[in-house]
Design a protein around this ligand. Structure first.
Ligand code: 2AM
Length: 480
């Protein structure tokens, strides 16, 4: 009997995906460049389901029923290309090759086009949830042809996380769309994490709370609208005491946050598309700032304000104010991220259903949160809305939060506590709602030094002022 799907690349993620498939009753062919990993999987987990170990690419392909479906789970980049090249030779038209790694969507577009030429379906899919998610139910974001999803989709939906009985897996759109959506997921994750970290820093710096007390605050928040995986694990981390020193664990961890690159890609792509994803950008830059040890050592003695903790009624209100600032900033970060997905969808003709993206992020993935069901509902009610900020419940929440949000950001500024994420989100909120922006002056400056022209508020046309002439005459330049 042939296997209905195969997994190649059996490091932890691939192994756990294979086990998840087997536990759901699928016969799974398993293969790895180094055969020991394949043997190891079957030895340790063979009892969980039906595995068909294959010790060569040829044997692996021969073990699969048609159309053959192969999930590739190797390191993104050259390894993915090597594996694709190897299997493309062995597969036949109609077969499906799935890249479940974190590929850049532009690579996925290139690979999909090349394999389509040969009659093969290439599915670039986002998988979020880490090792645990891969085993117990990740959020899955597959791109590629609609035809490939007809055979592959049911399997992926079976192994995905479920929320209210709905699978956290849906066909995103053609070619690179799945990996694009996964990339933005990770960018939003950066933003969520940074906002939470800033909230912690504020509660500590402005109230003098200990990490264990802050863990309690987060636990309380986690019973409300901020209910999410990231808030939950933050409370766990903050409550943890280092065994060796007896100090709060968060205080013994070096304060340098690393990144693997998807946040950077999100920011780079945001710049390319001209979409202001300032929340994700600040979160990414905050990580890079933290890593610049020499810069930070040199700047350590720059003067700042005294950090006198708050007292009285402002202290009593502060934790609640931070909750509101965090929530409002989170809404901004998601509005920006969904805006970026929409822009890419238009640019590449992907026709992505934003509500469906929100729906499959409700479970399995790192940013899973109650909040995502509200986003799903907002897009379901009005798929074409220009921004989440103005949609029913979110508008109300932002308008209610804005006083607290401003107060938190001003407290941060006054005490010299860096809050790039919370501050930029507020600046975005004020930027998009401003009836007039100083962009008028920027455009005038551009016309002055570069003759870049401008449009006027009071009449049609494109104009240029002859700034070098004393009388500064204006000419209309868009007609003969
Ligand atoms: P390995 O066990 O043979 O090293 C994560 O590194 C996974 O990607 C591993 O399963 C690893 O296989 C696989 N991998 C990395 N580079 C590869 C390549 N060039 N060809 C095939 N598999 C590769």
């Amino acid at each position: 009997e042939k296997a209905s799907i195969g997994v190649t690349g059996l490091a932890v993620m691939g192994r756990n995906l294979a086990r998840n498939l087997a536990r759901h009753g699928y016969r799974v062919a398993v293969h790895n460049r180094t055969p020991q990993r394949t043997r190891d999987l079957v030895d340790r987990f063979g009892s969980e389901g039906e595995f068909v170990p294959a010790y060569s690419a040829e044997a692996f392909v021969a073990a699969l029923s048609r159309p053959r479906q192969i999930v590739v789970m190797v390191k993104a980049g050259a390894a993915t290309d090597a594996v694709i090249d190897e299997f493309a030779e062995l597969l036949e038209p109609g077969d499906v090759l799935v890249d479940a790694g974190n590929a850049h969507f532009a690579d996925t577009r290139r690979r999909e086009a090349a394999l389509r030429e040969r009659g093969l379906h290439f599915v670039g899919t986002g998988v979020s949830g880490g090792e645990e998610g891969a085993l117990h139910g990740p959020s899955i974001m597959p791109g590629g042809s609609a035809e490939s999803y007809r055979t592959l989709g049911p399997l992926l939906e079976d192994i995905a996380a479920k929320v209210d009985g709905t699978a956290c897996c849906a066909h995103i759109g053609p070619d690179g769309s799945g990996h694009f959506v996964k990339m933005v997921h990770n960018g939003i994750e950066y933003s969520d994490m940074q906002l939470i970290a800033e909230s912690f820093d504020l509660l500590r710096g402005a109230l003098g709370y200990e990490p264990a007390q802050i863990a309690e605050v987060f636990r309380t928040w986690n019973t409300g609208r901020l209910d999410s995986y990231l808030i939950e694990i933050t409370a766990e981390v903050l409550a943890h005491t280092d065994a060796e020193t007896g100090r709060p664990f968060v205080d013994v961890v070096a304060d340098q946050a690393e990144q693997k690159g998807t946040g950077r890609w999100t920011v780079q792509t945001g710049l390319d598309l001209g979409i202001p994803i300032s929340g994700i950008a600040e979160a990414t830059f905050a990580r890079s700032l933290s890593g610049h040890a020499v810069l930070r050592a040199a700047a350590r003695d720059l003067a700042g304000p005294p950090r006198t903790p708050l007292s009285g009624s402002s202290a009593q209100r502060f934790a609640d104010d931070v909750e509101q600032a965090l929530y409002a900033s989170k809404v901004v970060a998601y509005a920006q991220g969904f805006g970026q997905i929409r822009a890419a969808s238009e640019e590449y003709g992907w026709n992505i259903d934003l509500g469906s993206v929100a729906a499959i992020w409700r479970g399995g993935c790192i940013i899973r949160a109650k909040f995502l069901d509200d986003i799903r509902a907002a897009f379901a009610a009005d798929p074409a809305q220009p921004t989440l900020l103005t949609s029913g419940e979110f508008r109300k929440a932002l308008e209610e939060a804005q006083d607290a949000w401003r107060s938190v950001v001003s407290t941060a500024v006054r005490l010299g506590i860096p809050t790039p994420g919370l501050s930029t989100a507020l600046a975005y909120y004020d930027g998009v709602r401003a009836p007039r922006l100083p962009a008028a002056l920027v455009q005038a400056q551009r016309d002055y030094f570069g003759a870049h022209t401008y449009r006027r508020v009071d009449k049609e046309g494109t104009f240029h002022t002859e700034w070098a002439e004393p009388s500064r005459p204006e000419r209309r330049v868009d007609q003969p």
